[in-house]
Structures are given as structure tokens and as C-alpha cells.
Write a protein of this length. Structure first.
Length: 165
């Protein structure tokens, strides 16, 4: 994988996920329901990683809690990736063969990677291997696109508030 793009399509009222590599550019439609589910999963995974890191840090260094907040870690991950990400002003046009996402899952992998699996009803699938920073970036992309779509998902606002505390 070399590039991930996520845009809002107002005609379809869905997010369009495009995963580009050197060979092809599969496109996946994400409905509000799938976005809500994915936002919850990403937020839960990042919160879990943050809490585990905090516990490990306290255990290793045997000191009081002086760790950066979850919001600080999120902002630092976005800052670190600033040169590798960009915000597009226009929606990317969808191909006629864009697949409708029907199932999403997250799995832990070695080396602190998380695999994001996306499947269609045609049983096509794709796996995105994301490190902690990648999870933060993907979550941020989803939040921005959901806000652009004016979906009013409660999860969007609560996650967004948590990340800017």
C-alpha cells in the first residue's frame, strides 16, 4: 500500500475509501453505519493502546503519572505525519465498480501493528496494516470526512472532544 484516500461523496452520502498501490486502486464505499462502527473500533483500539502504554511506562519507570494525555499523543502523531498527509478540497469520483463495505474488523499483529480488514458482500477484501501513528491518522481522516458530511454522529463529536482536550 502506498496511499490511502478518504473522501465524502454527497451524491451517495457515503465515504469513499481508495487504497492505492503500484498496480491497482480499489475503492470501497463506507456507509454511515460502517463509519460509526469503524470509528468506535479505532477509538477503542487507540484508547486501549494508550492505557497499556501508560501502565507499562509506570511499571518500567516506577514514577507517578506524568505521561502525555491521549489528546497530546493524538496531536503529536498528526504533527509527525504532517508532511505525509494532505487534505483534498474535492471529492474523488467513484468508479462504477466501487465495492460496498459490509464487514470490518481489527486484529492485532506482531510489531505493534493493527490489521484493518475491510470486506464487501462479494467477499472481496483488503487489509491495511497500521501502526499507532497510522491509526491516529486514519481516525483523524474519518472524523474530518464525517464532519464534512454533516452526519451528526454522536461518536464523531465525543471522539473529537476527547482528542482536543
Amino acid at each position: 500500500m502506498s496511499q490511502v484516500s478518504l473522501t465524502y461523496n454527497p451524491v451517495e452520502d457515503r465515504m469513499l475509501l481508495i487504497v492505492s498501490n503500484n498496480i491497482n486502486h480499489p475503492q470501497w464505499w463506507l456507509t454511515r453505519h460502517m463509519c460509526k462502527k469503524l470509528l468506535e473500533m479505532l477509538n477503542a483500539e487507540l484508547t486501549l493502546q494508550y492505557e497499556l502504554d501508560k501502565i507499562q511506562s509506570l511499571y518500567k519507570e516506577n514514577k507517578t503519572n506524568q505521561e502525555a494525555s491521549f489528546a497530546d499523543k493524538h496531536q503529536q502523531a498528526l504533527h509527525d505525519a504532517a508532511g505525509r498527509t494532505e487534505i483534498q478540497k474535492k471529492s474523488t469520483p467513484a468508479k462504477p465498480d466501487a465495492l460496498l463495505t459490509t464487514r470490518i474488523s481489527l486484529d492485532k499483529k506482531p510489531d505493534n501493528l493493527v490489521a484493518l480488514y475491510i470486506y464487501s458482500r462479494e467477499n472481496h477484501g483488503i487489509c491495511l496494516d497500521l501502526d499507532n501513528n497510522g491509526l491516529h491518522i486514519f481516525l483523524d481522516m474519518m472524523l474530518k470526512v464525517a464532519i464534512k458530511g454533516e452526519w451528526g454522529l454522536k461518536q464523531v463529536r465525543s471522539i473529537e472532544n476527547k482528542l482536543i482536550e
